[in-house]
Design a protein around this ligand. Structure first.
Ligand code: UDX
Length: 450
């Protein structure tokens, strides 16, 4: 079959689903993007995504205009015409930390009603190891192959990561189906410079690895990768606490430690810890799935508890600097997205710090260049949201920088000093150049960084 004539359905228009749909529909495929949310579908129909991600809207607009991207809520319309179905539905966490697989099974059951023999059902949603074996039973008598194709994209660099991937993992029982999916990514690779031009992003020519595995391995690869990165962050944070008690500087330490290629410098940045829709959920999901298989995963429990304590560790250190009491103090929190480059504020450390500060009796101002709206629902009623950095820091005693947006890293600290009442800058991500703060006669407090 000519690759470019293939019709693909992408189930779910969240971060992964929209990115996948936008890229495949610009790589020569016709893509049905399916969701039950009319708001999300209407956003796509008008050429936009419901969340901020650099370069995504131009791709969506072009494909919708070219009719290669078709938003729909109908399984019958989409699945019955497609030979490949990518499932990118949400897997929220249950209160006990396990993954809620209701949408994963629901989407598969609904697809099974319309799927054509010979099709491949591809699971991109992050699921606990062993899930695929159960989901694939739904397609048992339908001559449909089931594969796992975990997603490694980061929010904020989603297009770059998907176009200039370091690896593609496909795992399933049919080698032929695995190869069919790998071929799709080879097509993306061939077309990536054209696609990145439309998106307006700059990529680098790298040769990604194509890795074919068994089903359980592919599922475990995804959570293992995220858990290991989370482990690195919590490890760096544990060392940062020790650095705080000595004259060591955790940034100097990690620069030198990370220069060893066996260790690597990435994800050793100490600070307010990890947040977002993936790491917290994947870590708790791994702990739960180990437990269900009778395996203790103490190492990840430790990583998780270190992470949970970072926000209060920082607030307590700031309290000591301010003079013990936060009651009645006015503070600014800059950064409500869980990291820079995204409007996503799920499990955001900035929100956690803002809410902790309110609990301490402080009057809290907050500002984020992209996440004000999304964050508002999770912020304690005592937090006032501002539309600009300057308004947010006016008359405050301390500024907490909780997300490493360029606007904050490159801020004019002498202007901030003029606007502030007090003089404390709490750099919760160790992302500010200390000399800029000191030159503005402000006091600097980092995490493990004197
Ligand atoms: C992550 C994985 O990186 C990606 O491969 C996977 O597909 C989804 O989960 P994402 O959640 O978008 O991506 O964000 P990431 O850039 O990994 O950061 C996660 C969190 O860790 C953020 O809150 C970030 O600020 C924090 N972080 C990251 C640190 O605190 N220190 C670091 O050194 C790196």
């Amino acid at each position: 079959m000519n690759e470019n004539n293939k019709i693909i359905t992408v189930l779910g228009t969240g971060y992964v689903g929209v990115t996948t749909s936008a890229i495949l529909s610009n790589a020569g495929y016709t893509v049905y993007a399916l969701d039950i949310s009319e708001d999300r579908l209407n956003a796509l129909r008008s050429g936009k995504s419901f969340f901020y991600e650099e370069g995504l809207n131009p791709l969506i607009k072009k494909a919708v205009d070219d009719k290669t991207l078709i938003p729909t809520s109908s399984y019958e319309e989409a699945v019955s015409k497609s030979s490949i179905i990518f499932s990118c539905v949400g897997t929220p966490d249950n209160p006990d930390g396990s993954s809620n697989l209701e949408y994963v099974f629901g989407a598969a059951k609904e697809s099974a009603k319309f799927i054509q023999p010979g099709s491949v059902y591809v699971q991109k949603s992050t699921v606990p190891v062993g899930t695929g074996k159960e989901v694939s039973k739904i397609f048992k008598d339908l001559d449909v192959s089931y594969t796992s194709n975990p997603e490694f994209l980061r929010e904020g660099t989603a297009l770059f990561d998907t176009l200039f991937f370091d690896r593609i993992v496909v795992g399933g029982n049919s080698q032929q189906a695995n190869n069919q999916i790998l071929e799709i990514y080879k097509t993306v690779e061939q077309k990536r410079s054209d696609i990145s031009k439309i998106a307006g992003i700059i990529g680098k020519e790298i040769s990604g690895e194509y890795i074919s595995t068994g089903l359980d391995s592919a599922e475990l690869i995804k959570v293992t990768a995220n858990a290991f990165l989370a482990l690195k962050i919590s490890f760096a944070n544990s060392i940062a606490k020790l650095a705080d008690k000595t004259d060591a500087n955790v940034v100097e330490v990690m620069n030198a430690v990370g220069a060893d290629p066996r260790i690597g410098r990435a994800f050793l940045n100490a600070g307010r810890g990890y947040g977002g829709g993936c790491f917290p959920k994947d870590v708790s999901g791994l702990i739960m799935s180990a437990e269900q298989n009778g395996v203790a995963m103490e190492i990840m429990e430790a990583a998780s508890s270190v992470n949970n304590e970072m926000a209060s560790y920082i607030v307590n250190n700031a309290k000591a600097k301010i003079g013990k009491e936060l009651q009645g103090k006015k503070v600014a929190v800059l950064g409500l997205a869980f990291k820079s480059g995204t409007s996503d504020s799920r499990k955001s450390p900035g929100i956690k710090i803002a809410n902790l500060l309110v609990n301490e009796g402080a009057n809290v101002n907050a500002y984020d260049p992209e996440a004000n709206e999304e964050a508002s629902k999770d912020l304690n009623g005592g937090v006032t949201i501002f539309k600009s950095l300057n308004e947010c820091v006016k008359d405050v005693d301390a500024v907490f920088i909780t997300t490493d947006w360029p606007e904050f890293k490159e801020a004019d600290f002498s202007k901030i000093a003029d606007l502030m009442n007090g003089n404390l800058i709490v750099d919760c991500m160790n992302c500010i150049q200390i000399s800029n703060v000191v030159a503005a006669n402000l006091k600097y407090l980092g995490v493990g960084r004197k």
